[in-house]
Design a protein around this ligand. Structure first.
Ligand code: 13P
Length: 257
């Protein structure tokens, strides 16, 4: 099986101005100072207004973090007031862009088609999408979770070349586990991540399915990260609340030690 480097991503959501963001990334780097976390990749996803500040800190202090964004638009420029072009993010050395987070889908009405266009736009700008999927509590309880997630994956990947699918990241985030302190059991998370990999195999072939990285997200903490990440189809974590506290996020990043 292909070697997949786990990706641990901190989604700061709409938290921290650029000064707080600078302090957080510096504290995180300090907390990780004595640890060896070479076997994982770490990305931080501050709000847009903090990106330049965090980029400068990462590059000048040679921090071992990749810069990420939380969203972008699918057009490159034009009369789209308030939107952010993928090209602008690429210019800030952003490597990963979260696309189709459930908060964007549920609160801002993003559709599967929007998500698909954003995945393509992120690749076009030479960055890597982290495409999110996940079911509501109602969908889980009615037995419709796998159908919902499979539908999101098929729609999000439509027309994306197999080689790009192999290089991307998919984040499985059950909506009922986000910010609730209620984590999916490692077995349930594994079952869904395995099902996602099977859908990727159908859509893009076995090689892409073996290569694509699948994160779990939803109340990941230092105390549950190791067990979640030890599952065969879970290749990292997308972390919300715990990524806002340097000590807690460092505990997740060093889950192997
Ligand atoms: P929490 O870790 O706060 O549950 O958030 C998960 C999430 O939505 C990350 O994108």
């Amino acid at each position: 099986m292909a070697e997949r480097t786990p990706l641990i991503s901190g989604n700061w959501k709409m938290n921290h101005n650029h000064l707080d963001a600078l302090a957080l990334v510096q504290k995180l780097s300090y907390h990780l100072g004595g640890h060896n976390y070479d076997k994982v990749e770490v990305s931080v996803h501050p709000p847009f207004t903090d990106l330049r500040t965090v980029q400068t800190a990462i590059e000048s202090d040679r921090m071992k973090f990749s810069l990420g964004a939380q969203n972008c638009y699918f057009e490159e420029s034009g009369a789209f007031t308030g939107e952010v072009s993928p090209l602008f993010l690429a210019k800030l050395n952003v490597k990963y862009v979260i696309v189709g987070h459930s908060e964007r889908r549920e609160i801002f009405g993003e559709t599967d088609d929007d998500v698909n266009r954003k995945v393509k736009a992120v690749f076009k700008a030479q960055m890597t999408p982290i495409m999110c999927c996940g079911e509501t509590l109602e969908e889980r309880e009615s037995g419709g979770a796998q159908a919902k997630v499979a539908g999101q994956i098929r729609a999000g990947l439509a027309g994306v070349p197999d080689s790009q699918i192999a290089a991307m990241v998919i984040a499985y985030e059950p909506i009922w586990a986000i910010g609730t302190g209620r984590t999916a059991t490692p077995d349930d998370a594994q079952e869904m991540c395995g099902a996602i990999r099977a859908v990727v195999a159908e859509v893009a072939g076995g090689d892409a399915a073996a290569a694509v990285r699948i994160q779990y997200g939803g109340s990941v903490k230092a105390g549950n990260a190791a067990e979640l990440m030890s599952q065969p189809d879970i290749d990292g974590a997308l972390v919300g609340g715990a990524s806002l506290v340097a000590d807690d996020f460092a505990g997740i990043i060093t889950y192997r030690s």
